[in-house]
Design a protein around this ligand. Sequence first.
Ligand SMILES: Nc1ncnc2c1ncn2[C@@H]1O[C@H](COP(=O)(O)OP(=O)(O)O)[C@@H](O)[C@H]1O
Ligand SMILES: [Mg+2]
Length: 377
Amino acid sequence: MKKILLLGSGELGKEFVISAKRLGCHVIACDSYEGAPAMQVADECSIFNMLDEEALRGAIAKYRPDLIVPEVEAIRTEVLIDVEKEGYVVIPSARAANLTMNRDRIRDVAAGLGVRTARFHYAESVEELAIHAKTIGFPVVIKPVMSSSGKGQSVAKSESDLQASWVHACIGMRGDRKKVIVEEFINFEFEITLLTIRQKNGVTLFCEPIGHVQERGDYQYSWQPQPMNPEVLRAAQGMAEKVTADLGGCGLFGVEFFVTKEEVIFSELSPRPHDTGMVTLISQNLSEFDLHARAILGLPIPSIECTEGASAVVLGAREGVNPTYTGVEEALSERGIDVRIFGKPTTRPYRRMAVTLASGPNALARARTAAAKISVQ
Ligand SMILES: Nc1ncnc2c1ncn2[C@@H]1O[C@H](COP(=O)(O)OP(=O)(O)O)[C@@H](O)[C@H]1O
Ligand SMILES: [Mg+2]
């Protein structure tokens, strides 16, 4: 039985724990607060700040896991680099966790490999931001280099928006380094997540592309398969293979691309299951969590089968503790609809609290209709 230390215990971690437990693993779920989703289904839990070097080293020394599996970006990844040298296995690799902790390093890696990205610069002051925004040309997208789920992100249409964008980024950033990435705005036709699986003993595998829509920089609904020109898809797969090979190790990666009329552009990457990939809980024979578990355990993946499916998020509307969910019965009364309630102990406006899943024809419309029936009190 493999012992897994899961760093981060959100909804993606919860589904990963279920997959890993089905394969006989023992999981210790870690996060900074009690009762986090993955803790509800894990064997043990440990509550500490994963950005705290000493606390993280302490947890690794205490549990001596066979596999360290990061579920979030906000981890003191330098510790993972050290313990990997001591012989611990970090998924997919300590380097991957370290390079994806902030936006800038992974973007530099992609650009260094000759992968097409939106044109970008970094800025550490509003003055620098103005210089680079003018070089790139308006509109530009501004994101803190340390943030996730769209926090601190904005679009500046002209120079007069930059001050507000800078302030918004500074409020939304994690850590104390005031640094933003300023990017060319890509007027894409659609965007996709390409789930990419690196195996210990086997070729790199790809799931069917997942289409998704984001609001406030956060995912709202996703569907699979997203129809695509085969040549463009092959180009995206080539880029995903190149970047994930550079990061190394085994596991599932969520690789995000923008697709325009002319080309496919690399956006960002998570070296672990992706939120838009929750659709695979209904659309694939093996979900992204099953695939991650198999890949990290070195188990075979003979085939990935996909049928039409979609997911839609249910968001919190206000602040509260021990939230209750209404409308679940109505949502589930439709054929081919399922729901995952995350069981977070607290709620707040726009916090992701559950997801609806739909299979079969018109899956996207049906998943969204089901999500609209559910409210969190
Ligand atoms: N350069 C860009 N041009 C157009 N839209 C963008 C750009 N960068 C980000 N976005 C939009 O914002 C969303 C979130 O940005 P992303 O970089 O993926 O941040 P996060 O790490 O918070 O997911 C993207 O999925 C996309 O919809
Ligand atoms: Mg993203």
